[in-house]
Design a protein around this ligand. Structure first.
Ligand SMILES: C[S@@+](CC[C@H](N)C(=O)[O-])C[C@H]1O[C@@H](n2cnc3c(N)ncnc32)[C@H](O)[C@@H]1O
Length: 218
């Protein structure tokens, strides 16, 4: 059943509220689909949160090394207490820009799941350029966002995120909460040195208008 993946067992030692959070995260977002588009073995998840995607990427793949980075120290603490026990996982508090300064061209795939909507679109190019800097010349970006397609799904998802970020303060905000049309992301990717391979809707079966973007270094 969706949401009950073996990779969630890594979080069994966390308090109930955090366990429920990670189960709900995997139930409500098609994170497993992102793992199917990964290239190479050196992977980094930017804005990893508790690390559900890191767990999906690392568990059962000892030949991969997976780095998870997030500016929210609370979330990295939960991640360290769970997936931090995997020998092929490294977790850090920080931003993509900080990591890119230290580890330029060290990764085969950069993954970003539901982070850009927390930044004003004017900051997307700098964020995406830092993602590009982390990648080898043949590297790949696997990105998931929700799109503003004017649907009831987009309105519901925006309301839900406003509650999570501003009311419950579960999510660290970086200056905005909002979804953009898919074309805004296409343009930002092309302008920052990526060649878009595909962008596909993953909203079927979900109440959020999820979109997956796969882009290679141009
Ligand atoms: C909705 S959560 C998604 C977490 C994780 N990617 C996942 O799919 O489960 C958004 C995450 O983005 C992080 N975040 C906020 N601003 C960020 C920024 N400027 N750079 C990187 N991550 C950021 C938040 O701390 C939070 O963990």
């Amino acid at each position: 059943m969706r949401g009950f993946h073996p990779a969630l067992s890594a979080f069994d030692s966390l308090p109930l509220a955090e366990r429920l959070f990670v189960h709900a995260r995997l139930f409500s977002a098609p994170l497993e689909e992102l793992t199917r588009h990964v290239k190479g073995s050196r992977l980094v998840d930017i804005g990893c949160g508790h690390g559900v995607l890191v767990s999906l990427l690392a568990m059962g793949f000892p030949d991969r090394s997976v780095v998870g980075v997030d500016p929210d120290a609370r979330k990295i603490e939960w991640a360290k207490r769970s997936i931090g026990r995997f020998s092929n996982v490294r977790l850090e508090v920080g931003t993509v820009e900080q990591l890119a300064q230290r580890e330029a061209a060290q990764f085969d795939t950069v993954l970003v799941a539901d982070v850009l909507y927390l930044l004003p679109p004017a900051q997307w190019p700098a964020f995406l350029r830092a993602c590009r800097a982390l990648l080898t010349p043949h590297g790949r970006l696997v990105l998931k966002e929700a799109e503003n397609d004017g649907s009831w799904r987009a309105k519901k998802a925006l309301l839900q995120e406003q509650v999570m970020v501003r009311l419950l303060r579960r999510t660290h905000e970086s200056g905005a909460i909002g979804f953009e049309p898919r074309e805004t992301l296409h343009r930002a990717l092309e302008e920052t040195g990526f060649s878009l391979r595909e962008s596909v809707s993953l909203s079927h079966g979900y109440t959020t208008p999820h979109v997956l973007f796969v882009a290679d270094c141009a």
